[in-house]
Design a protein. Sequence first.
Length: 501
Amino acid sequence: MGDEAAEYYDRMLVDAEWGEAFCLTLARGLDDAALITAFGGDPEKMLPPADLAQILDNFRYGEEPATLIVGRVGDWHLGIEINGGQGVRSEVLRRVAAAGDGVALSVYRDVSGRSQFTYVSDDRTQVELDQIRPERRSGAAPGLLDALLVGLPFGHDEDIIPEAAGLALAERITGVRLPFDLMEQDLPGVILNLVPDDLVPEAGRGLAALDDPFIRRMLAAPTPENVPAMLAFRTRLIAEDAQLAGERAVRQVLEALDAGRAPAPELRTPLRVLHERLAGDLQAMNAVQDIAAAAFPGDGDDPAQRLGTAYAVQDSDRSLQAVVLRRCALHALRSSIVVRPAAPPPVTAIPAPAGYAAVAGEFAAWPPAKQRTVTRWLARRAFEVAGLDTLDWARPALEALDRGDPLPFPDRRAVFRLISAAALVTATTGLPLDQLEHRLTDQQRAELRERIDRAPLAVITIFNTMDPDPARALADTFATALETFDGRTEDLLTDLRAQFC
């Protein structure tokens, strides 16, 4: 027997045009104006739906500004972002909670595969729950909602959309049910501006790494005058963490940055040679890339180009310090120029998987035909690692992909029905889920669980290939293919380089 509320929201999301990518936020003890303000909007600029739609029609697809639609259910106010995700950010959700009675939650899904339930109280993100892999939980108190999770079909369990389980959890917390025709109601909305990142990430508050005297000074004065010192300190953190500070070219870059002067242009060549010498060590290559960006920003007038993030700092203290310095520098740079109100980045602009930047930088220079070829190859590899490529419904899809034909599916929801846990078990074993009993070995069970975990991202990957812009199709497909290869990304990157780079 499934959960009635989850089944209700599953039907609701299947029928809703907004159900493929959205963020729904709930809070109590505030009004529309306070909710809009917490999201970075201006309550005075709230518009009826027809007027808001007319404005958005003037933007190209994918370039629309972030918007918030507001409504009320019982004592709870709700904000809906269609293909948006401000409500999943700690900076925003904590502001929403503070504007009300101290509690706020959001249910989020984007087209790249991220699916998250977030619960905030007492000015802290208490729970972040991956709705596809519910065992992945984080926050100040990741077990806080465990009693309410019992029986909810997260992870495509019982053929239920994971976000439907998230909405059912929201109902258990709030005691209110969202109306089935929610988005058919005459709800007003507003265009949003970006709420800046906290200078200190919520998870880093109070940690000893921030007691460093230099870090404390920069947090106290995140000004344009201090940006060169921030850049020098952060670049040294990266070089030391990657054990590259002793390399002659790196050392010379660090000395120049410490002295507040531009590194000598002739250092570009030894840095390039070092990058090539480190081929095969992706982390070290990424570190050289960030060091080179700090020393020699690329074309254009955006000073933020010097704050590269290809390298993932391993030491936890250094990592926090590097993040804080980057945020302080960006804050200072934004404050030093006049910025016209702008939309936040597209919701798909989530942090790229490790290894993305080192290869993705080459994509733009490739001709469209090669971009399409690599895109299709990536989708096929994603299906292979997820164990979907041999299934009866998948083979025609991959063949259509190779020919450049439309995918043979009515919509994405139809495919997600085919990768529920029950459907994959039956397709793999020929047996219904409830008849497996002890017929599988531990190894077979582990392989089946891995297939179930990887399948949703593989499906998103193949749909990403359909973007009419070949460059954007390649970038999005590459990002979700890397996520599909989670734990095996080096395999994909090695194959990609061997085939196309």
